[in-house]
Design a protein around this ligand. Sequence first.
Ligand SMILES: CC(C)(COP(=O)(O)OP(=O)(O)OC[C@H]1O[C@@H](n2cnc3c(N)ncnc32)[C@H](O)[C@@H]1OP(=O)(O)O)[C@@H](O)C(=O)NCCC(=O)NCCS
Length: 130
Amino acid sequence: MTQMNFHTRKWVKPEDLNPNHSLFGGRLLQWIDEEAALYAIVQLENRHIVTKFISEINFISSPRQGDIIEIGIIATDFGRTSLTMCCEVRNKLTRQPILTIEKIVFVNLDEEGKPLPHGKTQITYVKDRL
Ligand SMILES: CC(C)(COP(=O)(O)OP(=O)(O)OC[C@H]1O[C@@H](n2cnc3c(N)ncnc32)[C@H](O)[C@@H]1OP(=O)(O)O)[C@@H](O)C(=O)NCCC(=O)NCCS
């Protein structure tokens, strides 16, 4: 089975904090949604994609200012027009789990914003396409 890659690292800065001085959950969701969008664009080879569904989010621990966190995404199911992914976020240095999301679904769209079959069935790598 393909391993989850933790491509993106983030440094938790003052502007990312909530009033309790830990990472604001909304900021983390913004980072994850962008990471999932980039993953979907690369896998589906189409820029016209949207977030359709995000399952229960389990915030396990709170990062603090100065922590380095890393975001991992992997495709779990290629549908007809959709791509389902799962996500894990952890502390880069301690590997302490921060969050898990079982299902993030993006839909592949045509120019008019209607679902478009993507024709993909498995994870592929840009280096093998070139
Ligand atoms: C994405 C959108 C075009 C899909 O329209 P739709 O009428 O639901 O389309 P369909 O019913 O054909 O479903 C499209 C795909 O999404 C999947 N899907 C739909 N609802 C789902 C749900 N609640 N959970 C998981 N997958 C879902 C379907 O199974 C289908 O996948 P498949 O083709 O791989 O089988 C439409 O819902 C939309 O524009 N939503 C807003 C998206 C958006 O703006 N996101 C950003 C929010 S700020």
